[in-house]
Ligand binder design. Structure first.
Ligand code: BGP
Length: 461
């Protein structure tokens, strides 16, 4: 083996409840914002496909977990659907949901697959969104109660917990750029949402610590998109720095260091956008930092200094401080329209080592979405996704190098196990190691699935 990984390295994949479970109106589940938005505006969803059925994991979890085992997984991340567990967001736990997640967890453990459980993956219960979602402080308390119920019910078997997946995304999607419900554009509300998400996260960790879950660790999963300046000109460097503050450090610093970057606070203050906060919040954030950090990486952010002053009458946006640019000659995933820059994964990891105390971390998502992947299927239905194998391999080489240079990185989870439903893109971009036939629900392992299995089993390649 040319690239050997440390013993006990976590090999697996990641997913989320709304994207795989289906059964959106079964088993006593309440509606969440995705069920609702689809009902209201189905035209927003690619091919008119909503979250009601998706990959039907709710009914097929047994065969799926068996397949994970066959493909060499020793760990798997999924999320609990808040609106399945607590249909109205605040009331009693739904027994059918408890049974379902119990079954999934037990099935994983029997298969020798460690469950990594995430509490919140973009799926606000509708009743709570109607109260203002993350803008409302009461929702913070409802989340803490939900987290407590999860720790109580499943903490005897689940030892790896995560408070949120990519918490910046609902801020961007729901409050700045119109791709999640409630699709408003309002920087002030965006800041409040981001801030309350952090408070909820820290309070959930406080509960977790008090419960003293044996061998339990708790963390957060962040999409740390490195910001690269166009040049070393100070104006470009500053632009990249501000983008980094808004999109990465707004969550990374409070989660790992227990405090917000002072220059982010200064900037928000200068423009009059500090969130409403309560006395004691900052202390709670300070005292409740994470044990472990999950890192999602897909593509870099390339920025340059603004060429024109922002229109002072236009709504305040992060883009007041930088412009995007497309680096000439960059490598693209032409099937998804995203840049591929493998070294980015190494840069993130080195940054965590150098500036964040080399905290225990793992790659919690990385993967390649491909539009129109059906065309790469052979007569037996196997997708020949050599591009995905190359994508994973090239990223893993950089992860390996980071390990050699002392980064405390414990695993690699691919996005994702089987093709799943993605937010408004539905099944447009396929990411799985396993192909899902949308008519029959049949699962067929792709070429990358067999390759991933050999990597996991040999602990390297
Ligand atoms: C991440 C999310 C996932 C997943 C993935 C792929 O941001 O955590 O939920 O969807 O991106 O992105 P997309 O499906 O939009 O191509």
């Amino acid at each position: 083996l040319q690239f050997r990984f440390p013993q006990g390295f976590w090999w697996g994949s990641a997913t989320s409840a709304t994207q795989i479970e289906g059964a959106a109106r079964e088993g006593g589940k309440g509606l969440n914002i995705w069920d609702y938005w689809y009902e209201q505006e189905p035209h927003r969803f690619f091919d008119g496909v909503g979250p009601d059925v998706t990959s039907d994991f709710y009914h097929r979890y047994k065969e799926d977990i068996q397949l994970m085992k066959d493909l060499g997984h020793n760990s798997f991340r999924f999320s609990i659907s808040w609106s399945r567990l607590i249909p109205d967001g605040i009331g009693e736990a739904n027994v059918e949901a408890v049974r379902f997640y119990d079954n999934v967890i037990n099935e994983l453990l029997v298969a020798g697959i460690e469950p990594f459980v995430n509490l919140y993956h973009f799926d606000m219960p509708l009743t709570l969104q109607k109260m203002g979602g993350w803008e409302n402080r009461e929702v913070v308390e409802a989340y803490v109660r939900y987290a407590t119920i999860c720790f109580e019910r499943f903490g005897d078997r689940v030892k790896k917990w995560f408070t949120h997946n990519e918490p910046i995304v609902p801020v961007e999607g729901g409050y700045l750029y119109d791709f999640h419900y409630p699709n408003v554009v309002d920087f002030r509300r965006a800041v409040q949402v981001a801030y309350h998400t952090v408070v909820a996260h820290a309070k959930a960790i406080a509960v977790f610590r008090r419960m003293n879950i044996r061998d339990g660790k708790i963390g957060i999963i962040l999409n740390l998109t490195p910001s690269y300046p166009r040049s070393q000109h100070p104006a470009d460097v500053k632009a990249a720095h501000i983008a980094d503050l808004f999109f990465n450090r707004s969550f990374l610093d409070p989660a790992v260091k227990g405090e917000y970057p002072s220059d982010l606070i200064a900037l928000l203050k200068e423009y009059g956008y500090l969130p409403i906060f309560e006395k004691g919040d900052l202390q709670i954030i300070k005292e409740n930092t994470v044990d472990i950090l999950g890192i999602n990486y897909y593509q870099p952010r390339r920025v340059k200094a603004k060429e024109h002053l922002p229109n002072p009458y236009a709504p305040f946006m992060p883009e007041w401080f930088f412009d995007y640019y497309a680096m000439p000659g960059r490598k693209m995933n032409s099937y998804r329209g995203w840049e591929i820059y493998e070294k980015g994964i190494y840069d993130i990891l080195m940054n965590i080592k150098e500036h964040y105390g080399n905290i225990e971390c793992f790659i919690s998502e990385n993967g390649m979405g491909v539009e129109g992947e059906e065309r790469f299927r052979d007569d037996e239905g196997i997708v020949h996704d050599d591009y995905r194998i190359e994508f994973i391999r090239e990223h893993l080489k950089w992860v390996h190098r980071a390990i050699e240079e002392g980064v405390n990185v414990k695993g690699y989870h691919l996005w994702t196990f089987m093709d799943n439903w993605s937010w408004t893109n539905a099944y447009k971009n396929r990411y799985g190691l396993v192909h899902v036939d949308l008519n029959t629900g049949d699962r067929t392992v792709k070429k990358s699935g067999y390759w991933f299995k050999s990597v996991a089993q040999q602990n390297g390649f």
